[in-house]
Design a protein around this ligand. Structure first.
Ligand SMILES: Cc1ncc(COP(=O)(O)O)c(C=O)c1O
Length: 284
């Protein structure tokens, strides 16, 4: 079965999907994206993802490539053509095609819109059973990590560093010693006193949609969460740690820089939040 992509108004075979060499996304990373999970044929948290897309576009002064209602129709049509029920859709919007010049194009250009889908990759059983390892790396990113920009070079280098260290993810630590977030995940700890802590929203992190859902689920289950910066020293002394993202859901972190977190086993609160998140996926 042919796999389709959507590129600037056309559904085309994925292998033939191409953009212009002067697309500003390609030349300047002048664009934004979203990844939305599809669970049993239904988009997960579609609205918050599209609201975040709207916010990212607004912050960069890029227009919507089409009305949001039409974009939703295109998302569904691409999923239908690809016969997808469990997986994700990638949506990328760039400032469009224009002669290469750093400043915005002087004349009006249509934003570029690309969508692709992929089948769900299951999380390895060992990761669920034993938790995953993270390494820590310096946070070398720009000052607007709240914008879901396609400029991901520090994240690319960080994930590669994790891979080469045999870890699942790299958590970034800023100049103040604060753990901001992972390269594609939000970072959480449970302190020795049993307090759940995660970095507050702001320019230093992407406000993950999964993060927001987990905050709500925690509140509904009377699990108190402190949204405040936490340091690498606090991470190393934590009883538990876990990460959240669209594709990883809630995943216990049991090793940091080669040392066990707490007793080195997935923690009680991380496991509970994962169960709550999976139940929410089935319910929504
Ligand atoms: C830097 C960063 N932080 C956090 C996340 C998690 O966000 P979400 O839960 O919306 O997938 C992502 C996801 O891609 C990310 O790239």
């Amino acid at each position: 079965m042919t796999r389709f992509a959507y590129v600037n108004g056309l559904y085309c075979p994925h292998s033939e999907a191409m953009v212009h060499v002067e697309d500003r996304g390609y030349q300047f990373a002048d664009g934004v994206y979203e990844v939305i999970a599809l669970h049993r044929g239904r988009f997960v948290d579609e609205q918050p993802h599209l609201e975040r897309l709207d916010r990212s576009l607004f912050e960069l002064r890029i227009g919507w490539p089409m009305a949001p209602a039409v974009l939703k129709l295109v998302m569904r049509e691409l999923v239908r053509r690809n016969g997808l029920r469990d997986g994700s859709i990638y949506i990328q919007v760039t400032r469009g095609v224009a002669p290469r010049d750093h400043a915005f194009p002087k004349t009006r250009v249509e934003p570029g819109l690309v969508m692709t889908t992929r089948r769900a990759k299951s999380i390895p059983a060992a990761a669920l059973r034993d938790g995953v390892a993270v390494v820590t790396i310096p946070d070398i990113r720009w000052g607007r990590c709240d914008i879901k920009s396609v400029g991901l070079l520090p994240n690319v280098l960080g994930k590669q560093a994790a891979l080469e260290a045999g870890a699942y993810e790299a958590w970034q630590v800023n100049a103040q010693g604060v753990v901001t977030e992972g390269t594609s995940t939000n970072a959480w700890i449970v302190t020795r006193e049993g307090r759940v802590v995660t970095h507050p929203p702001g320019p230093q992190i992407l406000n993950g949609v999964t993060r927001l859902t987990v905050l709500r689920l925690a509140a509904e289950s009377q699990i108190a969460v402190e949204e405040r910066p936490f340091t690498l020293a606090e991470l190393k002394a934590a009883r538990e740690a876990f990460l959240t993202s669209t594709s990883s859901h809630v995943l216990p972190v049991t090793r940091v820089d080669g040392a066990p977190v707490g007793d080195g086993k997935p923690g009680r609160i991380a496991r509970r939040l994962r169960e709550l998140y999976l139940a929410e996926l089935e319910r929504a």
